[in-house]
Design a protein around this ligand. Structure first.
Ligand SMILES: Cc1ncc(COP(=O)(O)O)c(C=O)c1O
Length: 393
């Protein structure tokens, strides 16, 4: 299929499939493999030289892995993609691919928590210094660039607080100094934002979220340009990284319906966000599609839609016992890590424990994921939750 001329929904449906080479079966089968046999020494040697392009050894990918990678690369407009066992593994490998001892990295203050821990712990131990920056800094990033800055890491919108970043401005500043840009695009992928088209060097997606979409598998993927691919691919090999074929199959199956699911998550989240914005207990709704969210204008400029994840900031006088009373009795909103599955979730966020550039001084944060349940049922669940919260205030 000539992917360049096809629209996103067509790519989600067709990319990475070749029924004609598989008995007409619609979906690629799951190949379980470690050893791959080669008939001659010449064939073995040729395969070893070409290990990232053909099936050579299970760790470097089976036909199932390659099908998933091909599909995501086409959907995101990348040169090649590399599958990982989790979103976190994909983030870490992308960072390690472009950093070495003595280098400096810039990471937004609103980054997904484990990345901060990785930077402050692992990267520091191996001689890489990380500075955290205000996610809304825009072209002001230039003042933070050093001679040894090698990576500008982005995540837009930010974890828990949803600041939308000025990706083109940040990329332009980095490019002017030859600095590699990496972005965690999990919130909007695979439908609503295409960072590679804006010049980002590599895009990271926690496929665990909307691509898998059913809360039953962990997967990550880094989508690369032609220039960034060799380093990320080589780092994945050096780390002994491998994405399990069964999980690649689940992710590929999830990808086929990601377009319709994401649009429904979008509708649901917008309805909940607008309802929550009118609640007296809520100080602010942090949803990129609402003007109350920092960077909302950038979202309007750069994104084609919004997904199902957003936060609310509660009024400052609402203390933990009242919030706990709300959360403990939720019927439809589950409480647990991750998001992007079909079900609704609610989770207390704690930016006050993490932020170093702009300490969080607002009220308590609740992060919601709008699932595919009936909208009225979800609102009724929240309404009962607020009643418990008010009774405990
Ligand atoms: C924005 C973001 N990036 C990366 C990850 C990590 O993905 P995984 O849980 O698949 O390791 C998460 C997980 O919640 C996330 O929210």
């Amino acid at each position: 299929m000539r992917s360049k001329s096809k629209k996103p929904d067509t790519l989600l449906t067709h990319a990475g499939r070749s029924p004609e080479s598989n008995f007409g079966v619609v979906n690629p089968p799951v190949y379980h493999a470690s050893t791959i046999l080669h008939p001659t020494v010449a064939a073995l040697e040729a395969a070893q030289k070409n290990r990232y392009n053909q099936v050579t050894y299970g760790r470097w990918g089976t036909p199932t892995t390659f099908a998933f990678e091909e599909a995501v690369a086409a959907v995101e407009g990348g040169h090649r993609a590399i599958a990982f066992s989790s979103g976190a593994a994909a983030c870490y490998a992308a960072l390690l691919a472009f950093l070495k001892a003595g280098d400096h990295a810039l990471v937004p203050d609103s980054v997904y928590g484990p990345i901060r821990i990785f930077a402050d712990g692992f990267l520091k131990r191996f001689g890489v210094e990380t500075s955290f920056y205000d996610p809304l800094i825009g072209t002001g990033i230039t003042d933070l660039l050093r001679d040894n800055t090698r990576v500008l890491y982005l995540e837009s919108p930010g974890s828990h607080t949803f600041e939308v970043q000025d990706v083109p401005a940040l990329v332009a500043c980095a490019k002017a100094r030859g600095i590699t840009t990496l972005i965690d695009n999990t919130w909007a992928a695979p439908l609503f934002f295409k960072p590679l088209a804006l010049g980002v060097d590599a895009e990271i997606i926690a496929a665990t979220k909307y691509i898998v979409g059913h809360s039953d598998a962990m997967m990550g993927v880094v989508v690369c340009t032609e220039a960034s691919f060799p380093r990320v691919r080589e780092m994945a090999s050096l780390l002994g990284s491998h994405a399990a074929p069964d999980d690649c199959y689940l992710a590929l199956r999830g990808l086929r319906t990601a377009g319709v699911r994401m649009r429904q998550h979008e509708t649901q989240a917008l309805a909940l966000a607008q309802w929550l914005a009118k609640r007296p207990e809520v100080e602010r709704v942090l949803h990129p599609a609402l003007p109350s969210c920092p960077g909302h204008d950038l979202w309007r400029r750069d994104f084609t839609g919004s997904s199902g994840l957003f936060s609310i900031v509660l009024k400052r006088d609402i203390a933990k016992p009242a919030v706990d009373a709300m959360l403990d009795g939720m019927e439809l909103f589950g409480m647990g890590a991750s998001w992007g599955g079909f079900e609704s979730l609610i989770l207390p966020g704690h930016p006050e424990r993490m932020r170093t550039v702009r300490p969080w001084q607002d009220g308590a944060i609740l992060r919601l994921h709008a699932g595919l349940e009936d909208q009225g049922d979800l609102i009724a669940d929240l309404e009962r939750g607020f009643a418990r919260l008010n009774a405990a205030r």
